[in-house]
Design a protein around this ligand. Structure first.
Ligand SMILES: Cc1ncc(COP(=O)(O)O)c(C=O)c1O
Length: 399
């Protein structure tokens, strides 16, 4: 087997399962799972209906490029969501459907990395774990850019020496960020574009939380928007990753798309024809409708906004927790060992949260996730409120 497999880290949820092994939580309280970012709101009925209507179309192999109508819907959504100029995203050459962004983030790096000594893939730290695994299996070393409270949870691009950028082949950005919920401002994205141009690397921007944000007046900007704002109308060196998992609450559908620089999309398309990851036709039909409709995404977002509005006042008096700009996570400091906190909270209150250190690496000095936990506000509101009360209880009993 590929010896690089031995370089992969244990996945956070396996570590979490081990952490909870042998612990007996109170059986009289139902379990509240807030560790995994798996949306649980009801998906839009029209999407489910489209899947049922098209289920008969499983009798042919789908193409890698997917239906033109789906790619047009994706391009249309990008244009509306980021107020791009009409026609700036060509659905024929700039968009590809993917089976969820997870596989696409991984596969893109396999297609992008040119193996040479010292090859780097830069990424925020803490980070969505696929970035690192993709880099390691492609034969590149991860270069971790810490996202700390002191710099607004934004990776400090200016702190990276030019010699490191010279070795960088792909820079991952994640905005809105998981786990911090931080949003990269447009000027920040433009600075990243300047660096990519100067040092000739690709920016892979993971924007799968694009439609989950707290301030209705401030939708998070995107990388293609920054390209257009700075005159890069062919989205040179850029790919963005978008997903229906969070936007439409269908994590099981496995539906997303990549869009951007047509040269990169063409090469990635070639890679994917061999990789064998075409999207089933019924999924394409349902997805097309979902990208065309913004009302259900707004209703979904409102549910998260309500959760933040109700949960934060309960937790803020007892925990160092901030209101994020976007996504659906809380990222509080727990005043000590995050693993011990998560384990004890599970043992006493039957609430599962994810130790922050599982999502980061001790790159520069310490692990920037240490001393924090990630709390996903994905359960129904009543359960989120119940969990907040239990966390208060837990912290009260420790005092
Ligand atoms: C930052 C980030 N990127 C990508 C994904 C993958 O989403 P999907 O494969 O469902 O599109 C997730 C899922 O939790 C995520 O948090």
């Amino acid at each position: 087997m590929n010896p690089r497999l031995t370089t992969l880290y244990e996945y956070p949820f396996e570590r979490l399962a081990r952490l909870k092994t042998g612990v007996s939580p109170p059986a009289d309280r139902r379990h509240i799972a807030m560790s995994i970012g798996e949306p649980q709101h009801a998906p839009p009925e029209f999407l489910l209906e489209a899947l049922r209507r098209h289920v008969g179309e499983l009798d042919s192999y789908p193409t890698t490029q997917g239906l033109a109508a789906l790619r047009e819907a994706c391009a249309g959504w990008l244009t509306r969501r980021y107020a791009l100029k009409e026609g700036s995203v060509d659905p024929g050459t700039m968009v590809l459907p993917v089976n969820g962004t997870r596989e696409a983030l991984f596969a893109f790096v396999q297609a992008a990395i040119a193996e040479r000594p010292g090859a780097l893939v830069a990424m925020p730290n803490p980070f969505y774990q696929i970035y690192e695994g993709a880099a390691l299996l492609a034969g590149a070393a991860p270069c971790y850019l810490d996202t700390l409270a002191g710099n607004g949870y934004l990776p400090d691009l200016a702190a990276v020496p030019p010699a490191v950028w010279q070795r960088c082949q792909v820079l991952f950005l994640c905005s809105p960020g998981n786990p911090t919920g931080a949003v990269l401002p447009l000027e920040y994205l433009e600075r990243a574009l300047d660096l990519a141009e100067r040092h000739d690397f690709i920016i892979a921007s993971d924007e799968c939380y694009a439609d989950i944000y707290l301030d209705e007046q401030a939708p998070p900007p995107g990388l293609l928007e920054a390209c257009e704002a700075s005159g890069r109308t062919r989205f040179e060196r850029c790919v963005v990753f978008h997903s229906l998992s969070k936007r439409s609450s269908v994590p099981g559908l496995r539906s997303g798309f990549v869009a951007g620089d047509p040269r990169l999309i063409a090469r990635f398309h070639l890679y994917r024809t061999y990789h064998g990851s075409a999207m089933p036709v019924p999924t394409q039909h349902g997805s097309r409708l979902a990208w065309q409709d913004d009302a259900h995404a707004a209703a979904n977002r409102a549910l998260y906004q309500e959760k933040f509005a109700r949960v934060l006042p309960l937790l803020a008096p007892v925990l160092a927790v901030e209101r994020p700009a976007a996504a659906f996570y809380l990222w509080p400091e727990v005043g000590g060992d995050d693993e011990a906190f998560a384990r004890a909270l599970f043992a006493r209150e039957h609430v599962t949260v994810l130790p922050g250190s599982y999502l980061g690496r001790p790159a520069a000095r310490t692990n920037p996730g240490a001393g924090r936990v990630r709390i996903s506000l994905v359960p129904p509101l009543a359960q989120c409120l119940e969990a907040a009360e239990r966390i208060r209880n837990f912290l009260g009993s420790r005092a």
